[in-house]
Design a protein around this ligand. Structure first.
Ligand SMILES: *Cc1c(COP(=O)(O)O)cnc(C)c1O
Length: 428
């Protein structure tokens, strides 16, 4: 039997850093990544046969847990009919119709293969539709790794951002303005200065890539008003929050609190593929009509709307629509967060947490942070020690303090209780 350490050694010879996506390498928390051999329900087993309660769920997609029988059956059936045709299929239409039914702001949807691709295409579409170049994003929000989105804030508000990755020329991000999340004054100032040049504002409405931070209702309300007033499109990146925090995504939660609220474009991924490579961008028909083959905005994909991936996504979306699904998932997720907070209190460790639907976050802090700088201000020492103490006790949390956590429908009350018991020991 190969050990995790031996596999990591070997992987590093043929794959840069031994991983195909950086956060898997445990660089933030230190130690040796676990090589996963199989997963079932709420559990994953590593190459050494150790079992973990899984709170990553492939970073969000596995809302039903691993190997859900109905999803498995749909995928097996689809695979027998063929892997990919390069021609349209009925299942793509069914998945599009399903998304339209669940998300009222969406009239048309284009399927792609990754969240990165969907966010990148949504921006091209927003620019093509408005005829404008500039876009606003918020520090700490992740929208995939397209060049124009790998940006951090410049020194002053009016200055445009700096690339966060080598290989992204400054000219490529010169139209990207990076602002502080939940900061109303900054968006007002930005729109006052360059409002008529802004094609779109892209935001994670509930940010899951700086742990778990909600956009406040007043902030979202003002953002909507400013976009409308200046003719910019409001793009909700719901790759993580879509079909995860609520059946209608985070936008359904803002619509409950802000009269008439709707984003212009939405970006989906993760849950809509149920663990297969599938994502989407979507919006009103008049905007989507700008896309090729109807309009001048080019976008394409060999594997877009893949028949096996759409079968997986459709089966997943069917199950999460059952009555009581989200209530029950949210209740277990809340009891996990309450359990962690309680265990921390008993251990005398400051810890706060929050959750929505099946997504959660916790911070070793006294109050929930409202933006990226506040998230990062706490340092990662406590989290990193906690992460390893939990991993040693068979609980697999995301291996970085700036990532959200995910509970699936396969997690039982007993799994939550076992996790809280492990946390009590770890925090002690
Ligand atoms: C994961 C994620 C992406 C990128 O999706 P990939 O499929 O990894 O390319 C984009 N936006 C958000 C909010 C995400 O969480």
């Amino acid at each position: 039997m190969s050990t995790n350490a031996a596999l990591f050694e070997r992987a590093q010879r043929s794959i840069p850093g031994g991983v195909n996506s950086p956060v898997r390498a445990f660089k933030a928390v230190g130690g040796t990544p676990r090589f996963i051999a199989k997963a079932q329900g709420a559990y994953m087993w590593d190459a050494e046969g150790r079992r973990y309660i899984d709170y990553i769920g492939s970073w969000g997609p596995m809302i039903l847990g691993h190997g859900h029988p109905e999803v498995l059956e749909a995928v097996q059936k689809a695979a027998l009919d063929g892997f990919s045709f390069g021609a349209p299929t009925e299942r793509e239409v069914e998945l599009a119709e399903e998304i339209l039914k669940l998300v009222p702001s969406v009239e048309q949807v284009r399927l792609v293969s990754s969240g990165t691709e969907a966010a990148m295409s949504a921006i091209r579409l927003a620019r093509g539709f408005t005829g404008r170049s500039k876009l606003i994003k918020f520090e700490g929000c992740y929208h995939g790794h397209a060049d124009a989105l790998l940006v951090k804030a410049g020194s002053g508000l009016a200055t445009f951002g700096h690339p966060t990755s080598a290989g992204v020329p400054p000219e490529v991000v010169q139209h990207t303005l990076v602002l502080e999340y939940n900061n109303v004054e900054q968006i007002e100032q930005a729109f006052a200065e360059v409002g008529s040049d802004i094609a779109c504002v892209m935001i994670e409405p509930i940010a899951g890539n700086m742990n778990f931070v909600r956009a406040s209702v007043p902030f979202m309300k003002r953002l909507r008003e400013l976009c409308t007033q200046h003719g910019a499109l409001l793009v909700f990146d719901e790759v993580m929050s879509g079909f995860r925090v609520a059946l209608g995504g985070a936008q359904s939660l803002y619509a409950e609190q802000i009269s008439g609220f709707t984003p212009d474009l939405s970006v989906f991924g993760k849950v809509i593929g149920g663990g297969m490579p599938l994502a989407a961008f979507a919006g009103p028909a008049k905007v989507m009509a700008q896309l090729a083959p109807l309009g001048p905005v080019y976008q394409a994909g060999t594997l877009s709307g893949n028949p096996v991936a759409t079968a997986c996504g459709l089966a997943t979306l069917k199950v999460i629509q059952r009555p009581g699904f989200f209530e029950s998932l949210a209740q277990r997720t809340q009891s996990l967060v309450q359990g962690l907070v309680g265990a921390a209190q008993r251990a005398g460790v400051p810890l706060v947490g929050d959750s929505q639907g099946g997504m959660f976050g916790f911070f070793f802090a006294d109050a929930l942070p409202q933006h990226y700088q506040a998230v990062m201000a706490h340092g990662s020492d406590k989290f990193n020690r906690f992460f390893h103490a939990m991993l040693d006790r068979g609980v697999y949390l995301a291996p970085a303090m700036y990532e959200a956590g995910f509970v699936s429908d396969a997690h039982t009350e007993q799994d939550i209780a076992d996790t809280v018991a492990a946390a009590a020991q770890a925090l002690g």
